[in-house]
Design a protein around this ligand. Sequence first.
Ligand code: NIG
Ligand code: FE
Length: 397
Amino acid sequence: MTQRILTNANLWMPDHRVLAGGAVALEHDRICWVGQQLPEAYRDWPSQDLGGDLLTPALIDCHTHLVHGGHRAREFELRLEGASYADIARAGGGILGTVNATRAASEDELVESALPRLDALLAEGVAVIEVKSGYGLDRDTELTMLRAATRLGTLRPVRVVRSFLGAHAIPPEYAGRADAYLDSVCLPTLREAHAQGLVDMVDGFCEGIAFSPAQIERLFDCADALGLPIKLHAEQLSDLGGAAMAARRGARSVEHLEYLATTDAGTLASAGTVAVLLPGAYYALREQRPPPIDALRAAGVAMAVSTDCNPGSSPMSSLLLAMNMACTLFRLTPSEALAGVTGHAAQALGLSADYGAIAPGQRADLLRWAVQTPAELVYRIGFNPLKQRIHGTSPCP
Ligand code: NIG
Ligand code: FE
């Protein structure tokens, strides 16, 4: 059956309101109509009464480091003993610890170890996931990570968006020589990965323990030359002005932003750059300074929410938990959190034409939840009320 109607839903609408008694018509893999009074043309299509359940688009996790070797449980203990994330990084642990474990892993091992994390996200209705490289920091391992990310999309019903994050940290063999690393490894590997069709976006880490804004601009010059969209980890631990620089250069998104100057919110808004909030890293690192949500909201910046699933700063494989944390820790409203994992996350990945809204022309990939409102979806902790994932092509029960 390739045509179907869903009726009596609490529909999450593109304007972030809930439409009670909503109906949706699906044809093949697309939504063809949304409203309350079903037009005559659809009356004989097979239909399913959703009994007032909340219906949302499938979810999007727009910032993950899902593919990586090893774990960082020891680093967790060190932080409990008082070490900071930056202390651990400067001592050669942190991201570089995962670099060693990732370099030692085969492509098959990287895929196998990522699948349980991916499956946890899929069980919550995630249909699109961004996956970064950035734990190789050498040619071969960066390419291996991107191939592993590509394979995940063939093994599970998920669209994988691959970001090249070669500028994530400076590898030990280039310690103190970040520009040499960019010239000799990072930029050539980006060009090669692009030539092999392994890259959708380019990301970097702009921070005192990583790359300066000037170095990130060199990365962005290379991305521009290849015609690849850009995004940036910025203002996580200090304010280097990276987010505003990235926005001025047309970045789709800037991410973390705890130290973003309130005065930079307007720059993000006028560039249409999405602010990706990562409350899992804020929580795990026990940061004290939340991103300037009021300024972002007042400026009209689209805010996305993501797990930042990674082995160190955010070892979290639940987007529902990220939504709860975005509300509890950052004071987003439940509607803002839901927009953050649907429409705004789609915008951050450049996929708004296909994903993130219940609207005609969008992909027919919808979630029926055993709750009625966004607040009911978001307020519980460690609870997944997903009842049914509905595709245009799946049979009517
Ligand atoms: O998004 N901030 C930099 N990168 C990652 C951390 C990765 C790690 O700690 O392994 C992040 O938090
Ligand atoms: Fe990250």
